[in-house]
Design a protein around this ligand. Structure first.
Ligand code: ATP
Length: 269
């Protein structure tokens, strides 16, 4: 059981065109893509090779999507795990899962390792009981030592996501580890409109639907919320045997989300 594979590895077909907005973040990540596409060229020029990148932002804002899109753009293998999966009831499992993940990614270079919810293992050490024998600490120590073990020519980029950068152990942020931050903000209305466009690409909309109006009427909503809104609107239309999704369906979907009735269903991440 403890030896079970806990990460997923895949080739990704998501690209930046599937990620609406987030232009600055994409710009910062282009360098990573360039590197992964042709690591040798990058090394010859003597560019500083990106190793560890932390994506920071609220839940549902597209951090996972963006990391997948970097892998898709570069055409490299994507190894991902949610940090909460590192830690289970079996002592010692977390550290061995970290080892396993890194050794697999090293065999598949160039590759990306993506660790979601980094804060689940990355909280400051010594904050709890356990006195250094704590399972989570062992896992974190293993992660730190794997990252230190990279030689500069190892063609693996580690990306991680968190919405709690403030609780991370400072050791994680030292040079050579997660020394670059890419900040992801909640979308403004223009980006919300772009997100709605992406998620209605395959949905027939009636002529009365103006996505800009919906975007302006959904302040605070994230990409995940908006994806949920579109899905909910389509469900409402289908229930009424409509062949297109109209403004009223989307408005009702929005009300439902804002009232919180099905919020737990809509924001699934
Ligand atoms: P969490 O921190 O909860 O893991 P996250 O920031 O990783 O959240 P994602 O899982 O990437 O968020 O986003 C959830 C879903 O919301 C995505 O699969 C995508 O469908 C949609 N989404 C979020 N942001 C965007 C965006 N900028 N463009 C298009 N779709 C988006």
């Amino acid at each position: 059981r403890s030896g079970a594979k806990s990460y997923t590895s895949e080739l990704i077909n998501v690209t930046f065109s599937d990620v609406a907005g987030l232009e600055e973040a994409k710009q910062e990540l282009r360098e990573v893509i360039d590197y992964l596409k042709d690591p040798k060229k990058f090394q010859q020029i003597g560019g500083k090779v990106p190793k560890g990148i932390l994506l920071v932002g609220p839940p549902g804002t597209g951090k996972t999507l963006l990391a997948r899109a970097v892998a898709g753009e570069a055409g490299v293998s994507f190894f991902s795990i949610s940090a909460s999966q590192f830690i289970e009831m079996f002592v010692g499992v977390g550290a061995s899962r970290v080892r396993d993940l890194f050794s697999s990614a090293r065999k598949a270079v160039p590759s990306i390792i993506f660790i979601d919810e980094l804060d689940a293992v990355g909280r400051s050490r010594g904050a709890g009981f356990g006195g250094g024998h704590d399972e989570r600490e062992q896992t974190l120590n293993q992660l730190l030592s794997e990252m230190d073990g990279f030689d500069p020519h190892e063609e693996v980029v580690v990306m991680a996501a968190t919405n709690r950068p403030d609780v991370l152990d400072p050791a994680l942020l030292r040079p050579g580890r997660f020394d670059r931050n890419v900040v992801i903000e909640r979308p403004d209305w223009r980006d919300r409109e772009k997100i709605l466009k992406v998620h209605t690409r395959k949905i027939p909309l009636s002529a009365d639907v103006d996505l800009a109006v919906i975007a302006k009427g959904t302040p605070g909503m994230t990409g995940a919320d908006l994806e949920g809104l579109v899905n909910e609107g389509a469900i409402i239309a289908a229930r009424e045997n409509q062949t297109v999704v109209g403004l009223q369906h989307l408005e009702r979907a929005k009300d439902k989300i804002l009232m919180g009735g099905e919020r737990h269903m809509v924001i699934s991440d």
